[in-house]
Design a protein around this ligand. Structure first.
Ligand code: SF4
Length: 469
């Protein structure tokens, strides 16, 4: 069995990031799409693609690979257009095929349409079985294709009405962009699971999963797309309406803990400030125990900001005790065993002079299976660390996500079978502490507007299977 270096880092995986652009005057839209997609690379590294209007025709180009590999060609070409969308994708091993890379373009009775989607429909099995009964054929395994089928099956007399009808069938998480003729459609589900931002400057409109992707195009005047909002951008300007409302919001708390870039705004919140606060609360939780520690360090990069928050609150010094090698690449395959350990060592390495003889607080964002953490603790001990106390800015992960995040099975999640004390023993740490859900909530404004389901099993929308008829 071989192992990809980057897959060896035991992290929850995000599925996607999206971008949509419209311009009142012609410009090099494919090139404009490249930069925000590059900014969203952390949301998906296994596939990238764009669709744009070229002389009145919709053109899609996509492939497996990083944004710079797949879309770098557009930096050297000048292709005039007014509208386009783009997507970066992560896929599970079985689904890593080019057919599943987005955008997905189709010709149907409503014209040529292309769609890019971030999230997961929690009723996709149900809708797929209904459509298959009616003769629909699916060309890929992503559920985003469902939207195109539902639009094509709609009996409404305009595209806009067909789209609105379709949106009302969908449950779960969707932040989506769509292009048809010179129209950019922007949609976010009524509970607002996934982030989506929109901004404008001089007739140039950009929307993207996170604000860092707008910053790179110097769009500084932006706002969050509202839950349940449908926006149409075309040569007439911008029209917006709320197509549906929900009883509650369910913004993904894991976006703020780990997925989003720290320099982004999502859900009208600074990711950086939220993570700093999580670190502070972790330190408050440790109370007098802090006297027994010498320094704070993070597992880079995911634990950096929370570790800084811990250091600020505790007064302990913040040290860069683990060096991360950023040049391991995405597709490097290690052929033999020792593989997992070696793979982590290729990515993370301790700085001996910092960790030797020290009692360390090691801050990371979350603990999934515990495999990487046990290797990191072992590395620190080999480098002379006296004690290693692991602190996580996420609560214990207890269940799956039905809304666009790839969480391992319950059986694989270490917190479903072990207490923090047992986990500490298992990974070789002196102690392990999580940030409980009630304390995580204190880090958010309007904490009731967030989803915590993979931590507390309180699912805002129950998944509907194909048998629920
Ligand atoms: S279940 Fe977890 S990962 Fe999924 S949306 Fe809710 S908080 Fe986010």
């Amino acid at each position: 069995m071989s192992l990809c270096v980057n897959n060896s880092i035991d992290k929850i995986k995000h599925y996607c990031g999206i971008v949509g652009i419209h311009s009142l005057s012609e410009r090099n839209i494919p090139q404009d799409l490249f930069f925000p997609l590059f900014s969203l690379q952390h949301r998906g590294q296994e596939g990238a693609g764009i669709s744009y209007l070229n002389n009145g025709k919709l053109v899609t180009y996509k492939d497996l690979g990083m944004v710079s590999d797949v879309l770098g060609r557009y930096l050297e070409e000048d292709r005039k257009s007014t509208v386009g969308i783009g997507h970066v994708r992560y896929s599970t091993t079985g689904g890593n095929q080019v057919e599943n890379v987005q955008p997905i373009q189709a010709s149907c009775n409503k014209g040529d349409i292309s769609i890019a989607h971030n999230g997961n429909f929690s009723n996709s099995d149900f809708l797929k079985s209904k459509l298959t009964e009616k003769g629909a054929i699916f060309g890929c395994t992503t559920d985003s294709e469902l939207v195109l089928h539902l639009i094509a099956h709609s009996m409404q007399d305009t595209f806009y009405k067909a789209l609105k009808e379709t949106l009302c069938y969908l449950e779960g998480a969707f932040s989506m962009v769509m292009v048809r003729e010179d129209n950019l459609y922007i949609m976010r589900d009524p509970m607002g699971f996934r982030p989506l931002y929109i901004g404008q400057k001089d007739g140039f409109t950009v929307c993207a999963s996170e604000s860092c992707a707008l910053d790179i195009l110097d769009i500084t005047d932006y706002r969050s797309v509202e839950p349940g909002e449908l926006i149409v951008v075309n040569s007439n300007g911008i029209q917006s309406e709320i197509f549906a409302t929900a009883k509650r919001k369910a913004q993904c708390s894991f976006e703020l803990i780990y997925f989003a870039r720290p320099d982004s705004q999502i859900f009208d919140t600074s990711v950086y400030a939220s993570r700093l606060q999580m670190g502070r609360v972790l330190a408050q939780q440790d109370g007098d125990e802090i006297e027994n520690f010498d320094l704070v360090m993070s597992v880079p990069d995911s634990g950096n900001t929370a570790a800084l928050g811990y250091a600020k609150e505790s007064g302990l010094s913040y040290e860069l005790g683990l060096t991360r090698n950023h040049y391991t690449g995405r597709s490097f395959i290690l052929p033999t065993q020792k593989k997992r350990e070696l793979a982590v060592k290729m990515k993370l390495h301790p700085v001996k002079e910092i960790v030797k003889d020290k009692r360390i607080v090691l801050v990371d964002d979350s603990l999934v299976r515990g495999t990487t953490s046990s290797i990191i603790v072992k590395l620190l001990r080999s480098a002379g660390a006296k004690e290693v106390h692991v602190r996580l800015s996420a609560p214990e992960i207890n269940g799956p996500c039905y809304y666009g995040i790839d969480v391992p099975t319950k059986e694989e999640l270490i917190s479903t079978t072990k207490t923090p004390e047992e986990i500490a023993k298992h990974i070789g740490a002196d102690s392990v502490k999580f940030l409980p859900v009630d304390k995580l909530k204190t880090c958010f404004d309007k904490s009731e507007d967030f989803c915590y389901a993979c931590f507390n099993n309180d699912y805002p929308v129950e998944p509907k299977t194909g048998k629920d008829k």
